[in-house]
Every structure is written in structure tokens, then in C-alpha cells.
Write a protein that binds this ligand. Structure first.
Ligand code: ADP
Ligand code: ZN
Length: 433
């Protein structure tokens, strides 16, 4: 079969909207009757669930933000009694106190369905041996991938992240065909394999499904080349259940949203205005098939663009561009907005350096200054200070030309930047230390 769920993955826009409206009506009534937070918020705006006549009416509801979730930690937003909850996850806490995600059995099934579609679109099939190197535990990545791959019928190796040498040995011994991890951990594995003299391209490994953090197309190509695999993508967040909210297909030109489960909007992060498809802005989700914790107009802080376009894979599901980054990670340097991913794109095209870098924001007088430490390739480093300084200047000029900002590049010795086993921390803000 071509799709995991042909009916929903190839549904016409009209039918999808009908389906969404029906589910949305149910969800609004569900949360209004069960969660005081929603009742109060709806009442404040004079909105009753029965007032929802068309999908656009969703725009009358207020947004939810991360602090709403933190203020109601741990179970204040849970719409079912804890006796009906069968699982509790929490976010990684990348930007502060983690948030909780309670699930009913139906929620686990809903999430697993989304994840199975994601993996199936990545080419994962029941005869695959999947090495799951996402952190297993409270973080949704590990169990999300585990459930999706198990639903497809794969043999799953729940190795979790870390113990990189062992990952490579298992890969060889068990004949792993598919790897699940963050993109940065994939790179760490690839590098360790090279050091151990193991040629990943000669192993049965053929696909990776990577996500949980922003990564550029250049990073994808780097991983594909170093591992000899096809690198596919998964996107999701604890607030929507975990990975599987959106996924890419063979076209690798943006991610399909599971829009029968999640209604997506793009807003202007400053004014909160809803923006038309094709415009870059902040992604907002409403979960329409979840029970314990259905978010309504949740501001993700992730920046992307939505597109309604035909995809050669045959799916009709709305597409979103690769995430540019989180609004929290956006830097303003000399009046120019910069995402770490823009710098990453340029660094990865420089053959003298490794794809290992960290951005540091410092204050000089009244001005914010952006610094970037990037690892030199061993041969670059050995070529001496003059060569190093030439390359630093060359990268600085490239960045000035392409992004329009001044940046101070420093080539650091090989292997001097800490390797990540999960989500990489790309920005150190010394102004906040
Ligand atoms: P935390 O916000 O604490 O990291 P989660 O573990 O729930 O919480 O991670 C969800 C976030 O991870 C998303 O909101 C997004 O910023 C990021 N993310 C997940 N998948 C991707 C992806 N494929 N590309 C870019 N960012 C991603
Ligand atoms: Zn497609």
C-alpha cells in the first residue's frame, strides 16, 4: 500500500474541512465542559462552543501560550480524571520549566496513528529493524517512535540515546536498517563510527528519521552523505502529543501536517493576526482528536510557512516548510533578525570546517555582538594560524553578504565542541548569564 491511511492522507480539501469542523465542535464542547481554564477563557470573550458555525470562527478564541501550561502545571488543564490517564509525559524543557502531557488510551492510539503515518511516509516497513536512539522516558521522542514503528510491525531496538560506541556495535550486530534520533545525535554517531573505522555506508542502514530540533537542508545532506542513508524528518511537540504532528515525504520539500488531527494557523508573532498561506510566521495548533489535553490555538513559538499545494507523493495534507527555528532562538543583531539555522546553512557549505558550531551573544558597550565558534577540520587546523585566520575572514564575509550581519568567527580545534546526544544547544546568550 502507498499510504498508511489513504483516506485521510489523500482527502479533498472540502472533505477535510468538514471533518475538521465536526471534530473541532466536539473538542470545544469537551474542554468547555471539563476544564475551568477553558470555560473562563471562552466566557471572557463571550464565546460558547455552539457559536462555532464555521472553521474561521476558531479565530474568535484567544490563544494559549506556554505560560498558560506552566501556570496549570501539572494537571490543571487535564480534561479527564486521572483514573482515565494511562501515560504522563513531559517536554524536554528546552526553554524553561517542562510542561506535562497526560494521555488516555485513545490519545496514545491517536498519537501512534500520527507516528505510523510519519514513518510509513519515510519508507519504513514491517521488515525493517529500527534502532530507536531518541531519549527514552519522559521526553515524547523515544516512546513516540517506538509506538509508531511497533504499529507498522517493525523490529524495534529501544536503545535510547547515549553510549555511542554501543549504538554502532548494535547497528552492526543487529543489522539495523532504520535509525531514529535527533539530527545532532545522528551526526555524533556518524563521527564516532568514522573514528572507530566502521563504514556506515557498508551496513544495511538505509533510512534515518530525524527530528525534535531545527536542522537545515545542508545538515540533512551532510548526514545523508556521511551515513549513506536517506534522512527523513519528523516534527512534533509535547503539547500536541509528541512527534508525528508533521512529517516529510519522498519529495523532501516540506512537511505534511496531520490536519485531520491538528488544525494549523500561522500568525504574526507580534500582532497575533492570522496570516495567509505562503507567509512566514508563528505556528499555532488546535488539537481536534485528543481527550486528556487538547490544546486550543496553542502558540508553538516555532517559525514556518504553511502551503496548500499539490505534492507529487499524492498526499493532500497541508504542507509546512522546515522549521526555521524557535522565536526564542531568534537573535536581533544590528537590527537584523537572525535564526541560528541561517548561520548553519552557510557554515555547512564551508569545506574547511566541521558541522559543529555554537553561537554566542555578547554585549559590547550598548551593542549586541554575535560570535560563532566553529570546529576546524584537522587538516585546516594543522595548516596553521594564517590559514585559520583567512578562513575566519572568509566565513565572516560570506555571512555579511548573505545575512547582512557582522559576526565574529573563531575556528576552534577539532573535537573541542561538546557533542550532543539529544537536542543541541546552539545559542549561548552571555547577556543572560
Ligand atoms: P521543548 O520545547 O522543551 O524542547 P518538546 O520536547 O516537546 O519540548 O519539543 C518540541 C519542540 O521541538 C518543538 O516545538 C520544536 O521547537 C522542536 N522540534 C521538534 N521537531 C522539530 C523539527 N523536525 N524541526 C524543528 N524543530 C523541531
Ligand atoms: Zn508529499
Amino acid at each position: 500500500m502507498k499510504f498508511w491511511n489513504e483516506k485521510f492522507e489523500t482527502m479533498s480539501e472540502d472533505e477535510m474541512r468538514k471533518h475538521q469542523l465536526e471534530c473541532l465542535k466536539k473538542t470545544l464542547k469537551w474542554v468547555y465542559e471539563r476544564v475551568p481554564f477553558y470555560k473562563n477563557k471562552f466566557d471572557d470573550t463571550g464565546f460558547k462552543p455552539e457559536d462555532l458555525k464555521k472553521l474561521e470562527d476558531l479565530g474568535k478564541l484567544p490563544f494559549m501560550v506556554k505560560t498558560d501550561l506552566r501556570d496549570n502545571y501539572p494537571f490543571g488543564l487535564c480534561a479527564v480524571p486521572l483514573s482515565q490517564v494511562v501515560r504522563i509525559h513531559a517536554s524536554s524543557g528546552t526553554t524553561g520549566k517542562p510542561i506535562t502531557g497526560p494521555y488516555t488510551q485513545n490519545d496514545l492510539d491517536q498519537w501512534t496513528e500520527c507516528m505510523a503515518r510519519n514513518l510509513y511516509a519515510a519508507g519504513v516497513r514491517s521488515n525493517d529493524i529500527c534502532q530507536n536512539s531518541y531519549g527514552m522516558g519522559l521526553f515524547t521522542g523515544g516512546l513516540g517512535f517506538h509506538q509508531g514503528a511497533t504499529r507498522i510491525g517493525c523490529a524495534v531496538i529501544p536503545i535510547s540515546s547515549g553510549q555511542t560506541e554501543r549504538q554502532i556495535v548494535i547497528m552492526q550486530d543487529f543489522g539495523t536498517t532504520v535509525l531514529f534520533s535527533t539530527p545532532t545525535y545522528a551526526l555524533t554517531i556518524a563521527e564516532r563510527a568514522e573514528e572507530m573505522g566502521v563504514k556506515l555506508r557498508d551496513l544495511p542502514l538505509r533510512v534515518g528519521v530525524f527530528g525534535a530540533e531545527p536542522w537545515t537542508i545542508e545538515m540533512r545532506k551532510e548526514i545523508e552523505a556521511r551515513m549513506g542513508i536517506k534522512a527523513m524528518e519528523a516534527y512534533g511537540l509535547t503539547e500536541c502529543g509528541g512527534p508525528g504532528t508533521a512529517f516529510d515525504c519522498v519529495e523532501q520539500s516540506g512537511l505534511h501536517l496531520n490536519e485531520d488531527h491538528f488544525i494549523a494557523e500561522i500568525i504574526d508573532p507580534v500582532t497575533g493576526d492570522v496570516l495567509p498561506y505562503g507567509t512566514k510566521g508563528e505556528l499555532v495548533f488546535t488539537a481536534i482528536q485528543r481527550e486528556a489535553f487538547p490544546v486550543i490555538r496553542y502558540r508553538t513559538r516555532d517559525i514556518t510557512t504553511l502551503r496548500r499545494e499539490k505534492c507529487s507523493c499524492g498526499r493532500t495534507l497541508l504542507k509546512m516548510d522546515k522549521i526555521y527555528g524557535r522565536s526564542d532562538d531568534m537573535l536581533i543583531i544590528g537590527g537584523v533578525n537572525v535564526f541560528p539555522s541561517q548561520v548553519e546553512s552557510i557554515l555547512l557549505d564551508v569545506k574547511e570546517v566541521e558541522p559543529q558550531y555554537v553561537l554566542i551573544v555578547r554585549k559590547k558597550g550598548y551593542l549586541d555582538q554575535l560570535h560563532c565558534d566553529v570546529e576546524a577540520k584537522p587538516e585546516t587546523y594543522e595548516a596553521g594560524p594564517q590559514k585559520i585566520s583567512e578562513i575566519e575572514k572568509m566565513i565572516e564575509n560570506k555571512i555579511r553578504g548573505m545575512i547582512g550581519i557582522g559576526i565574529k568567527i573563531r575556528l576552534v580545534p577539532p573535537k573541542s565542541i561538546t557533542r550532543s546526544e539529544g537536542k543541541a544547544k546552539r545559542v549561548i546568550d552571555e547577556r543572560k548569564l
